[in-house]
Design a protein around this ligand. Sequence first.
Ligand code: ZN
Length: 281
Amino acid sequence: MIDNIQIGDFTFATLLDGVFPCGPELIQAAASTEGEQLFLGAGLPPIGPSPEPINAFVLKRGNRLWLIDAGCGRQLGPDFGKTHAALEALGYKAEDVEAIVLTHLHEDHIGGLLTDDGAAAFPNARIIVVSEELAFWTDPTSPAKNPDEAQAKFDVVQSALKPYEGKIESVPADSAIEPGVRFVALFGHSPGHCGVLIEGGGQKLLMWGDIAHSTLLQLAYPHWSIVFDFDEGMAATTRRKLLAQLAKEDTLIAGSHVRGIGRIRSKEDGYVLQLIEPGIA
Ligand SMILES: [Zn+2]
């Protein structure tokens, strides 16, 4: 399995922030015979959970350095927040990050924007986020209009973005970020949830954000939702449409909660991720 790759002039590298247990309490449809079969088939207990990653990503071209998402920082406890160490281990410095492209504003993607004492962890970076997502989480009337979303989630967004005030760029979904890099609207998991498509040298790689939180469960059964979905129906429709499209394409995928990089292929009624291995990318 490989998790770093060259797409044209771009270097794309995975930064593992932490690993979370994904079981039927998060994907409730997995409390079923079908779920048991998948867990057992993966060598796990019949009720799981499956260990799933939280990833951020480096995108580099020449001497320009971007991040896609920032990991969760300490939001989820001491076992998380390893994005910074992973970045340094690859030889990069937080000060050199020019921009951070955010797929959406959930805590496991933005907590890492802050140091432990609440300052900007990437002092020279600007934030690039889709307008629909930014508007939802920063509109003061949103919490009252969306009582299902905990106030704490709005508070996390506010504190994560605060040190970047004046350096936040919001762009429409599906718009270009840089030549060869664009947002792809994949709404549903959050109001403005997007993937990031990287194109170069005749290759495409889609970092699909939170299209799946468990490839084990949600590629076999794409209609299975996770409790974190803002709009479960829309998230499932988005996932099914995207998987059907990717199954016919050569596009590589990476994900915030996906191990490795690969291609989506059809299998029975669902899909599988065919990971690329060293030497056959
Ligand atoms: Zn996530």
